[in-house]
Design a protein around this ligand. Structure first.
Ligand SMILES: Cc1cc2nc3c(=O)[nH]c(=O)nc-3n(C[C@H](O)[C@H](O)[C@H](O)COP(=O)(O)O)c2cc1C
Length: 370
């Protein structure tokens, strides 16, 4: 392989290709991370939805199958098992952690001492600047076209903004599935791409067939839209019967559904009533206006589970990037990764060949008409 694909990302993460499989609740399990790692990409386990007593087992499964800890763990500090995720990432010296709402400086210092790289995902320039200030080693920008929780700035605007503003390597996420996309990111100065939806739509994805059918059927990016009805935050998903029902339920109806989800989540995770009350009280103290968001946050894992685990796509939510509309078939992780790498290589080789084929005189400097 040509050095186009050797980037600060491959150097920092020790993988062959500058291609990251992002964390997705109930989807990014050990098998998906193993398939990604073995194909030369870099994978993140979705810590938020792996039960506390299974997380260490999933980490060990990837270590056994891949012969090392060259993969990452995703978590969010507001999650119940955040402390466990932090401790396990450090215990097993995982190569990296990713997160949205991030850990504090002390926790980041612990990661740094253990040489675990911190790779936050940000959806706006100001969050990128804050993440660097807190100690991010690399940054993933997620454009608004991306799946799951997502901001409102498209990748085409956010990537150049962040590249111009920070010195750490920048990975681009949100809307990627092709080698052309990877080539454009590398040419702009990015370190690589990260993809969720493309990896959800692979043969190694644990997503039930009935649910995957919904993803494969999407052929118009407008069918994958943003809603705030699930947990009060911007969340991009495929429109389905359930999401329309949730939006029409009104705020009281939504709170009732969210309380039901919170209860189910409590039963599933074994969370004590005391702990649940402590989470609410903490949220109240930090930001009283966010309390309804905390209750609604329980919606996310429970509603996701219905489609991603139970195989009932119309009774749960279908988080997805708009790129689902551009993906027509399930491939293996290896086919995805190698296909993207080779197409990017061809694009960049062609660009170089075009510039070399030009007459050697320079007819115009930048700014003059050609
Ligand atoms: C089904 C699904 C579940 C997701 N769950 C999580 C999650 O648990 N944690 C997280 O940080 N991001 C999550 N995301 C966002 C992805 O990690 C990733 O940033 C996003 O999918 C990138 O955009 P793309 O789908 O256009 O590739 C999820 C995305 C999808 C599609």
């Amino acid at each position: 392989m040509n050095s186009w694909l050797d980037t600060p990302l491959t150097e920092a993460l020790g993988c062959r290709y500058p291609i990251v499989q992002t964390a997705m609740g109930w989807v990014a399990d050990a098998n998906l991370v193993i398939a990604t790692t073995q194909a030369g990409g870099f994978g993140f386990l979705a810590g938020a939805t792996i039960a506390a007593d299974e997380l260490e087992g999933e980490i060990l499964k990837v270590i056994d199958a891949t012969g090392g800890s060259n993969f990452g763990l995703n978590f969010h500090m507001f999650q119940d098992n955040a402390t466990q995720c932090v401790d396990l990432a450090i215990k097993y010296r995982l190569r990296a952690v990713s997160y949205g709402r991030g850990p504090d400086k002390q926790t980041i210092a612990r990661f740094k001492a253990a040489k675990v790289l911190c790779i936050p995902t940000v959806g706006a320039l100001k969050h990128a600047l804050k993440a660097v200030e807190l100690g991010a080693d690399l940054i993933t920008i997620q454009g608004g076209e991306g799946g799951g929780h997502t901001g409102g700035v498209p990748s085409s605007i956010l990537l150049p903004q962040v590249l111009a503003a920070v010195k750490v390597p920048v990975i681009a996420a949100g809307g990627f599935s092709t080698g052309r996309g990877l080539a454009s990111v590398l040419a702009a100065g990015g370190a690589g791409i990260a993809m969720g939806t493309r990896f959800l739509m692979t043969r190694e994805s644990p997503t039930p067939a009935a649910t995957l059918e919904h993803y494969l059927k999407v052929n118009d990016p407008q069918q994958v839209r943003v809603t705030t009805a699930v947990d009060g935050m911007r969340h991009r998903m495929i429109e389905n019967r359930f999401i329309n029902h949730l939006e029409q339920a009104g705020s009281f109806g939504r709170l009732r559904i969210a309380l039901g989800s919170a209860w189910q989540w409590k039963q599933q995770t074994g969370m004590s009533l005391g702990h649940m009350a402590a989470v609410f009280v903490r949220a109240l103290r930090e930001d009283p206006s966010a309390l309804s968001q905390v209750v609604m946050a329980a919606n996310q894992p429970v509603l996701l589970q219905r489609s991603m685990v139970d195989g009932a796509p119309d009774e749960g939510i279908l988080p997805s990037g708009q790129v689902a509309a551009a993906i027509g078939e399930l491939l293996s992780c290896r086919e995805v990764i190698e296909g993207i790498a080779s197409e990017a290589q061809q694009c960049l080789d062609a660009l170089l060949a075009r510039s070399q084929a030009r007459p050697s005189h320079h007819p115009a400097s930048i700014g003059e008409p050609l």
